[in-house]
Ligand binder design. Structure first.
Ligand code: NAD
Length: 484
């Protein structure tokens, strides 16, 4: 089936607008999480391939791509957006097979990629500089300039969405990009390269080098010609990226993990809240940076929420991605073992409910039953560490002060939500919670391409999405003209 979905080579790197075999000729097997079989082989890019990609990006900045004006850059992104929709079905199947996510989620990811390209395509010529009132005999302006060659190192959980938010914002500002997709899910990144070619994006504006993190990833992060690193992934890798960036004094955007809370007060609308409470924990089998793994519920309604969430959990079905159930498999055997090791630490927690794995899920696939736990120990390892699997904890709190204390008790701060009908409490709690994004009576807003996104604390720094990303992928030059 996979061969029918491919209209681009998988075992090559995209360098200078052409598909090139990796210099080492080595390949990496991509595994289908739904049945553990080899899906296909991808290129194992090396340091040399990364160097070629970076040189190609530099050439593009000095020639064709670098000479395009903001409106022209936007037009390329808009053309790519239309092509994403043209290939919607193939892209969704590829993402579903590769990542193991239910087809409907993969289809949403395609639409979101198209929407990012459309948003940043439209925004490319709407980012203005500034004028600064200084001494009367000066005219001072601030120009928004591109950074140069930007590196994009991304994970396996939402390849299309992350490519959309980071590559399209960087291209909109006139940078040239080198993308290192994950060695565990790479197919839609390669398809995106072919879409850029079909849209006529000038050669070298986008280069793609698949490969292992310790090889191609490290080579890219430590390349001396890179002007900025946009990294999405784990805390452990972020530390290495940050050290590599420090050697070359380049900026980073770090989009890392989370332990995001939803805070439910006694006066919340439970009917409205419960689907969000559950979905935010189990979407993409819990392998979402902004997964809400902690549900904090006020004592008076604790049993009610446990009951309603448990009822929802009992309906959850896990099975092969292509069957489009509530959850697909997790990405790999290694990820499955990590999640199971957390389960082994949960013997002192009360399990409220769990979903079920369907009979079509083979033993060779990486399937995990979603589980809901009750605990009042908010410092428990399962309530503090990012598990990256379908496990949620319901934790009781007495009052607003305690809710904020529990919400802020982890080292992360990515997303949070507040469920209450009390208007002044909504804002008070939203302001007190440590997070880059806080929702009131909602969670996630369906992805929200327009909404700046990023973390505080160990969830990272910098913002992607929305207009804010365009500032991150550019720098301000101040020009003070003495005209006295
Ligand atoms: P990971 O850190 O293992 O890998 C991410 C990328 O980094 C991959 O492309 C990998 O090859 C590369 N890499 C690994 N070692 C490297 C090195 N030494 N130098 C350079 N690159 C290297 O993360 P993962 O397991 O792929 O993804 C899961 C993590 O990503 C979770 O922690 C999740 O929360 C986080 N995430 C965050 C966001 C966000 O927007 N905040 C979004 C998605 C995922």
């Amino acid at each position: 089936m996979i061969k029918e979905l491919l209209w681009f080579p998988t075992n090559k790197c995209l360098i200078d607008g052409s598909w090139e075999a990796p210099t080492s000729k080595n390949e990496i097997a991509l595994i289908n999480p739904s049945d553990g079989t080899i899906l296909i082989y991808i290129a194992r890019g090396s340091k040399k391939d990364v160097e070629n990609a970076v040189s190609s990006a530099q050439r593009a900045l000095k020639t064709s791509w670098g000479k395009k004006n903001a409106h022209e850059r936007g037009q390329f992104l808009l053309a790519m957006s239309k092509l994403v929709i043209k290939y919607q079905e193939k892209l969704a199947f590829l993402e579903s097979l590769d990542v193991g996510k239910p087809l409907s989620q993969a289809t949403k990811d395609v639409t979101t990629l198209a929407r990012y390209l459309e948003f940043y395509g439209g925004a490319a010529d709407k980012i203005h500089g500034i004028t600064i009132p200084f001494q009367n005999d000066f005219t001072v302006i601030g120009l928004r300039e591109r950074l140069g060659v930007t590196a994009h190192i991304i994970p396996w959980n939402y390849p299309m969405q992350i490519i959309g938010r980071s590559i399209s914002a960087s291209l909109a500002m006139g940078n040239a990009c080198v993308l290192k997709p994950s060695e565990e899910a790479c197919l839609t990144a390669l398809a995106f390269g072919e879409i850029a070619r079909e849209a006529g994006l000038p050669d070298g504006a986008l280069n793609i080098v698949p490969g292992f993190g310790s090889e191609a990833g490290h080579a890219l992060a430590s390349n001396k010609e890179i002007a900025h690193i946009s990294f999405t992934g784990s805390l452990q890798t972020a530390t290495l990226i940050q050290m590599a960036a420090a050697q070359n004094i380049v900026g980073t955007t770090l989009e890392l993990g989370g332990k995001s809370p939803q805070i439910v007060f006694d006066d919340a609308n439970f009917e409205k809240a419960v689907p969000f409470l559950v979905n935010a924990g189990i979407q993409n089998a819990g392998q979402t940076c902004s997964a809400s793994s902690r549900i904090l519920v006020q004592q008076g309604s604790y049993r009610t929420v446990v009951k309603k969430m448990s009822a929802a959990y009992k309906q959850l079905q896990v099975g092969p991605a292509i069957e489009n159930l509530d959850l697909g498999p997790v990405i790999s055997r290694r990820q499955m073992e990590i999640i199971l090791s957390y389960r082994n630490k949960a013997s002192d927690l009360k399990i409220s409910a769990e979903g079920r794995i369907t009979k079509n899920a083979t033993k060779q696939g990486f399937y995990i039953t979603p589980q809901l736990f009750e605990t009042d120990n908010y410092m428990h390892p399962l309530a503090q560490e990012e598990i990256f699997g379908p496990i949620q904890l319901i934790i009781p709190f007495r009052d607003e002060t305690e809710a904020i204390k529990i919400a802020n008790s982890t080292e992360y701060g990515l997303v949070a939500s507040v469920w209450t009908e009390n208007g002044s409490r909504q804002m008070r709690v939203a302001k007190a919670v440590h997070a880059g994004q806080v929702f009131i009576n909602n969670y996630g807003a369906g992805g929200g391409v327009e909404l700046p996104f990023g973390g505080v604390g160990k969830s990272g720094h910098g913002r992607e999405k929305g207009f804010e990303a365009l500032y991150g992928f550019s720098q301000l030059k101040t020009i003070a003209n003495f005209c006295g």
